[in-house]
Design a protein around this ligand. Structure first.
Ligand SMILES: Nc1ncnc2c1ncn2[C@@H]1O[C@H](COP(=O)(O)OP(=O)(O)OP(=O)(O)O)[C@@H](O)[C@H]1O
Length: 452
């Protein structure tokens, strides 16, 4: 974050400040009027605005108010002339970061600007923290591999070493990445996540490294990439095996040099980032196939972590269920809900292709679809029972007749839709393209219910 906007109607001040600040490594844009400045601020991500309080087209305090209303607003430092100090003081009470008096002292300008940038960075970090709080939880599990993983996290977290986490989808790789960050020396800084598979190839470079002077007409002129946002903290690169070879080459360089060139920029940006990467692919196999760079693999894989699938640590299921029942019980106003031993036994029979994520979703669904049950019994887990009975299993196994196969698929699909719609049959019917009454009839035939 080093973009400064200078707003002053005196051309001389604009030019001299621009050249000094550019030399200090800031990216500088200038504007002569409040109108022009507001337009620029709505378009790009500035760290700090140096705002002359006296502008020809608008009152300085009013301009300050408008800037502060822009989402992700920059810090504002007021520049005041001789007769406007009182207004500048008032501006700081209204949320300006500080003020500078004309004629500007170079030292003071640089110090105030540096501090204002830092304040803006901290505001960004705090917003990231707030987002993180919503998703953070403990790494639960008493199985031998989970205990070992927790120990490994404790040991490796403070080392700053790069970590590569392997494991099937839904096993908890991101959770482990976050736990690692929470126990590291960077815990007071940001944790930024980027899912490399979710971003189209054309955008991934600008997502990672940001851009200056967007090529998209009407688009924001500047964007900070994930590397830059993670400065000082941890960058979690999820599904790292899905990056193209071209992007891999750029990431490799950024890791080696701890600096990179945003798209369209003329100066590199230096960062201090710890990278934790995760993948559900066999990267060694991807290397053999020529899809993943070996040098990047070794750079990322300083400390390898392996998270086993849930089917290989079924002893963790009761504890996980307890945690999810607590979480969703509190959310849906049913704090005392529990699960019978028999139901837990049924869950242990299942092979959990979606791992812990699937278990968590199932617990939530069962709670929603059985609003009166204070104790979840085996009969409340129909889908699993169908899946695990070889005759009815939806995936792969054999069905006696086509009708049976179709019903199993339909049942599964309807349950999924009902789950997405939190048990609301009308909305599920809309989503399925059926009349509500038709869906009810189908549910009855298939033995699907949303009530006790
Ligand atoms: N050991 C665990 N204890 C508690 N919750 C867990 C555990 N493992 C996973 N979860 C929960 O399961 C869900 C999926 O976990 P997470 O997103 O970390 O998996 P992932 O391996 O990163 O998945 P993907 O590869 O699909 O991104 C999350 O809601 C997470 O909180």
């Amino acid at each position: 974050m080093n973009h400064v906007l200078i707003v002053d109607d005196e051309a001389e001040i604009r030019t001299s400040l621009e050249s000094i600040l550019s030399e200090e490594g800031y990216t500088v844009t200038t504007a002569a009027t409040a109108g022009e400045a507001l337009e620029l601020i709505r378009d790009a991500d500035y760290g700090v605005v140096l705002l002359d309080i006296w502008l020809p087209d608008k009152d300085g305090l009013e301009t300050l108010g408008e800037i502060r209303r822009v989402e992700g607003a920059p810090e504002v430092v007021i520049i005041s002339g001789h007769g406007t100090i009182e207004a500048a003081v008032r501006a700081t009470k209204l949320g300006a970061y500080d003020f500078l008096e004309k004629p500007l002292s170079l030292d003071r300008t640089l110090i105030v600007l540096k501090n204002a940038m830092k304040a803006r960075q901290m505001r960004d970090d705090n917003q990231e923290f707030a987002r993180q709080l919503a998703v953070k939880g403990p790494v639960t599990g008493q199985s031998v591999p989970m205990k070992a993983l927790r120990q490994q996290i404790k040991l490796m977290a403070p080392t700053n070493g790069r970590v590569l986490i392997f494991g099937e989808s839904g096993t908890g790789k991101e959770l482990i990445g976050r736990a690692m960050h929470a126990e590291s020396l960077r815990k007071d800084r940001v944790f930024v996540e980027l899912n490399c598979a979710a971003i189209p190839e054309d955008y991934i470079e600008s997502e990672l490294f940001g851009y200056r002077n967007s090529a998209v007409p009407g688009g924001p002129a500047e964007k900070r990439g994930t590397f830059e946002r993670a400065d000082g903290g941890t960058l979690f690169l999820d599904e790292v095996g899905d990056m193209s070879l071209k992007t891999q080459a750029k990431v490799l360089r950024a890791l080696d040099e701890q600096r990179f060139l945003p798209v369209g920029a003329s100066h590199p940006v230096h960062v201090d980032v710890r990278v934790i990467a995760a993948t559900n692919k066999d990267l060694e196999e991807e290397i053999a196939r020529g899809n993943f760079r070996e040098d990047l693999f070794y750079r990322l894989n300083v400390i390898p972590f392996y998270v086993p699938p849930l089917r290989d640590r079924k002893e963790d299921i009761p504890l996980l269920v307890k945690e999810f029942l607590q979480e969703f019980g509190a959310q849906y106003g049913r704090p005392r809900v529990e699960m019978s031993e028999e139901a837990l036994g049924a869950l242990k029979q299942y092979h959990w292709p979606g791992n812990v994520r699937e278990l968590r979703n199932l617990v939530e669904r069962v709670l929603i679809l059985n609003p009166k049950a204070n104790r979840i019994e085996k009969k409340h887990l129909p889908m699993l029972v169908y899946r695990e009975s070889p005759k009815n299993a939806v995936r792969g196994e054999e069905f006696a007749t086509l009708l049976e196969a179709r019903e199993a698929y339909e049942r599964d699909y309807i349950l999924k839709k009902l789950d997405e719609c939190h048990g609301n049959v009308t909305r599920a019917a809309e989503g399925l393209g059926l009349e509500r009454s038709h869906l009810y009839r189908k549910m009855k035939t298939l033995g699907v219910s949303v009530k006790e």
